[in-house]
Write a protein that binds this ligand. Structure first.
Ligand SMILES: Nc1ncnc2c1ncn2[C@@H]1O[C@H](COP(=O)(O)OP(=O)(O)OP(=O)(O)O)[C@@H](O)[C@H]1O
Ligand SMILES: [Mg+2]
Length: 510
């Protein structure tokens, strides 16, 4: 029996030998073997030549570096050419050794992009047909989704695909697993259509049927991700002295760009199972605001129901920190929320008739309110009267605090229904690793999981990784928060501790 045969069980005759078709059939006989081998060899050489050609021709940096050697060779100085080549290769080696990231960005990443483009073009029509996305017309013509253009990035490509009549975007989405495998991507998803960025005067004059929408009938935008810039721990860069509260950097997105969140006019709900890295999101947020905390333009107050285990490391950065220890823990939490809700009322009435949003000053700073476990001020308060008071105060704070410069970041370990009733009051939502897939839509909103937010599939070995729904669109983005060690947090507290007064919660929070 040879390697391409198999065995099958015949009910009457016991085991029988059968021929099994393998993916690549191989030849029988010496002559056929020689032919087959030569074919494979030629294919290999062609592949290598294409690789080298792509490397040199498509890469201006490599092309420029190869010029001296090529010139010397053409000038009939082969030894000098060889020496120049060796120097060039050594130079590239040193570059790779010293600055691997820059080397990848300028040399190997363009090559990978070119290789991916080749793969799209080579495989596209077969892939569409074999995935069942081709349709036959009345005249027996076969129509398949057409690749219109490809926009490439270092870690992800977006393919604009025009669908033939008879194929819907939903059907295309069902075939994403086949497409992911065939195009050797880490992940594939369909993005909502990009909104046009037209000047307002032109938009106003456009007929309504051309108004930009989230979907574009007959077209899908397929995003394919390759490699993963989030496998390594992300570090927080030193914050700029001028803080822009509408774009605070808290980590990295999976396209390699910084992950920025806006704190203005919104609150943030942060959900994640235990050990998913909620602490790193909270701390990278605080770290990014360092200079503004020191100058007094931002005040941070916190509630840490674990007795200060999470937020206690950087206690000096907080204007008030309630740690909920002792017998009156629930009263502390209620008083904390009621004080803040009163502050929201005060600010709202001061701003009324003057401005819609607050511009932070030292007298009226921006207030960042960090609650490490939201359930501990709602569902987990045992006494029903206290719970009602806490919930009323939280509701008031969330509805009134947005415009007058108060931002609540509420962390949540277990997004159960009774806690999720608060969800709609948190316009910004971040979901880290979750225990069940049903929790994803509970946190990020309906349909987020089917648009690519696989929070339940995040590995336990990747704390700080999660998904967010981008502002102003329904697109889901994979992110990783920057990580600050305990020592980093202590250093942060030393560098950015606010001015002289640190007063207790019952002395007011602002
Ligand atoms: N962004 C990150 N990058 C790398 N490692 C991280 C990151 N965030 C957290 N970790 C690691 O994972 C561990 C758990 O993180 P963390 O304590 O922040 O989880 P958590 O979600 O706050 O859990 P809990 O709900 O139990 O408080 C930390 O000890 C830390 O070592
Ligand atoms: Mg924690």
């Amino acid at each position: 029996m040879s390697w391409r045969d198999g065995l099958t069980l015949d009910r009457n005759a016991g085991w029988q030998e059968v021929h099994v078709a393998t993916a690549s059939a191989r030849p029988d006989g010496a002559g056929a073997w020689a032919l087959w081998l030569t074919g494979r060899l030629l294919a290999g050489v062609r592949w290598l030549l294409m690789l080298v050609a792509g490397f040199v021709v498509l890469n201006p940096v490599v092309a420029a570096a190869a010029l001296p050697a090529a010139w010397l060779y053409l000038a009939d100085r082969p030894w000098w050419a060889l020496a120049a080549l060796l120097v060039t290769v050594a130079g590239f080696g040193a570059w790779f050794w010293l600055r691997a990231d820059a080397f990848d960005a300028r040399v190997t990443s363009p090559l990978r992009k070119w290789w991916r483009r080749r793969r799209y073009v080579r495989k596209w029509s077969n892939l569409m047909a074999s995935s069942g996305l081709a349709v036959k017309t009345r005249r027996h013509q076969v129509l398949a989704p057409r690749l219109v253009w490809v926009r490439q990035g270092r870690y992800a490509d977006v393919l604009r695909v025009r669908l033939p009549d008879g194929i819907t975007a939903a059907r295309f989405t069902e075939r994403l697993p086949e497409i992911t495998e065939a195009l050797r991507a880490r992940e594939a998803r369909v993005l909502p259509a990009r909104r046009w960025r037209l000047p307002a005067w032109l938009r106003a004059r456009l007929p309504r049927e051309f108004a930009p929408a989230d979907t574009r009938p007959g077209t899908v935008f397929l995003r394919l991700a390759f490699g993963d810039p989030l496998v390594h721990v992300v570090t927080q860069p030193a914050p700029a002295e001028e803080i822009d509260l509408s774009a605070v950097t808290v980590g990295r997105r999976d396209d390699g760009q910084p992950w920025r969140v806006s704190l203005l006019g919104t609150h943030t709900l942060l959900a994640g199972a235990t050990g998913s890295g909620k602490g790193s999101v909270l701390w990278s947020l605080i770290a990014a605001l360092g200079p503004a905390i020191r100058s007094g333009l931002v005040h941070v107050v916190g509630l840490d129901p674990k007795g200060g285990m999470e937020l206690g490391f950087g206690r000096e950065l907080f204007r008030a920190l309630v740690t909920m220890d002792g017998r009156d823990a629930e009263d502390q939490a209620v008083a904390f929320l009621e004080d803040l809700a009163d502050e929201a009322d005060r600010r709202a009435s001061m701003l009324a008739g003057h401005a819609r949003t607050l511009t932070p000053t030292v007298d009226m700073p921006f207030l960042l309110i960090v609650i490490d476990e939201l359930a501990s001020v709602t569902a987990f308060i045992a006494d029903s009267k206290r719970r009602q008071r806490a919930e009323a105060a939280l509701g008031r704070l969330l509805t009134k605090g947005r415009a007058p410069g108060m931002h609540v970041v509420g962390a949540l370990q277990d997004p159960r229904k009774e806690v999720v009733k608060w969800r709609d009051l948190f316009p910004t939502r971040i979901a880290l690793r979750l225990v069940e897939d049903s929790q994803v839509d509970m946190v990020l909103g309906d349909g987020a999981r089917s648009r690519g937010a696989r929070c339940e599939a995040i590995a336990e070995t990747a704390p700080g990784v999660g998904y967010v729904v981008e502002d102003g669109s329904r697109a889901v983005t994979r992110v990783r928060a920057a990580y600050l060690t305990d020592d980093d947090i202590r250093q942060l507290a030393r560098d950015y501790r606010p001015g002289p007064v640190l007063h207790a919660i019952d002395g007011g929070v602002a």
